[in-house]
Write a protein that binds this ligand. Structure first.
Ligand SMILES: CC(C)(COP(=O)(O)OP(=O)(O)OC[C@H]1O[C@@H](n2cnc3c(N)ncnc32)[C@H](O)[C@@H]1OP(=O)(O)O)[C@@H](O)C(=O)NCCC(=O)NCCS
Length: 331
């Protein structure tokens, strides 16, 4: 009997309509379109303006897009895992509200937080359940309302991030398609370089933490950049070697959209031509947990059954990883 693998069988996505361009940011902080474009590759990002809507709204829209596209009966979903750094609330998992709202009444649901690697970690968890034979339909969502944790007077962070969500359905496959291998890593050396200092158990929210703006994302961009390049490129090269994949064998690189120069460095270590390196950072910026499924959604029509995809991620914590997956369907 063939080994059961976990394949992606459907994709959905959502970005809010409101666009925040580099030109608009020029009026908010001391920056310019040329600097942002050349240093990051970003031209614009999407912002969920409605103050009454949180990350669950983004996740629900992405999941509903997947359900409509694939004619999935939400009652058949066994598990919903939502990767996010911006849950609706610290307690009462966002995934639970998403699952209930989409009609996944027979599912259990929980959140997973691993910053920009959250989606890869969530795919790993979802796949393990499927490979073990425990569940058959796992909905993995990456969703972030980054605008809720960004200080729009800080030019070192506000130019980078945007809001969005993407979702994939993972199901058992007996043709050898789906997730083949992964290398996932973490190191708390990054705890100081990229974080939200207050609001957790170490430094609970207070008037003082708010006055000092400690509830916003802060990063030492240069340090994060250095670690991102070496670690993301390192595991991407390693996963190719471990699976005897040449640059010819790899069809697509699905890399976390943090900075086009970080993605470029990873692609170059892998020896990949530009056509194989999928990019949408110019339109959405860094949407944290959502960048990888947003790429899948934007480029889904180009993927062919059997294509070799390498996912690569790097994020706060630090967390990083590379996943090798064989695409399971033609659109
Ligand atoms: C943030 C980042 C784009 C900055 O690019 P960089 O080339 O490293 O730029 P530096 O931080 O060295 O800053 C260079 C100069 O530009 C200035 N600068 C910073 N932000 C600016 C902005 N938005 N507009 C104009 N100038 C800016 C700096 O103050 C600095 O000026 P100085 O030389 O007078 O001190 C880059 O470091 C990066 O992408 N880091 C990784 C971030 C990331 O991926 N985070 C999420 C992880 S998943």
């Amino acid at each position: 009997m063939n080994r059961i693998t976990a394949a992606i069988t459907a994709v959905g996505a959502y970005v809010p309509e409101e666009v925040l361009t580099n030109k608009q940011l020029e009026k908010m902080v001391e920056t310019n379109d040329e600097w942002i474009t050349s240093r990051t590759g970003i031209k614009e990002r999407r912002i969920l303006k409605d103050p009454d809507k949180g990350t669950s709204y983004l996740g629900i829209q992405a999941a509903q897009n997947l359900i409509e596209k694939s004619n999935l009966d939400p009652k058949e979903i066994d598990l919903v895992i939502l990767a996010s750094v911006t849950p609706d609330m610290p307690v009462a998992a966002t995934a639970v509200h998403v699952a209930t709202s989409i009609g996944a009444v027979n599912a259990f649901a929980y959140d997973l937080q691993a910053a920009c690697s959250g989606f890869l970690y969530a795919m790993s968890t979802g796949s393990a359940y499927i490979e073990a034979g425990r569940y058959k339909k796992v909905l993995v969502i990456g969703a972030d309302k980054m605008s809720s944790i960004i200080d729009y007077t800080d030019r070192t962070t506000c130019i980078i991030f945007g809001d969005g969500a993407g979702a994939v359905l993972m199901e058992p496959n007996d043709e050898g398609l789906g997730l083949q291998d992964e290398i996932l890593r973490s190191d708390s050396i990054g705890r100081k370089s990229l974080n939200i200092a207050a609001g957790g158990s170490l430094l609970p929210p207070s008037e003082e933490t708010v006055a000092k703006k400690l509830h916003y994302v802060r990063q030492d961009g240069k340090t994060v950049f250095k670690f991102a390049v070496s670690n993301m490129a390192g595991v991407s090269e390693q996963i190719m070697q471990r699976n005897h994949l040449t640059n010819e064998d790899v069809n697509w690189l699905i890399a976390h959209q943090a900075n086009k120069r970080i993605v470029g460095a990873t692609a170059s270590r892998m020896g990949l031509e530009d056509e194989k390196v999928l990019m949408n950072i110019q339109r959405y910026g860094n949407t944290t947990s959502a960048t990888l499924p947003l790429l899948l959604s934007d480029f889904e029509k180009q993927f062919k059954k059997g294509d070799n995809l390498i996912f690569a991620s790097f994020g706060g914590g630090f967390t990083w990883g590379a996943t090798y997956l064989k695409w399971a369907y033609n659109s």
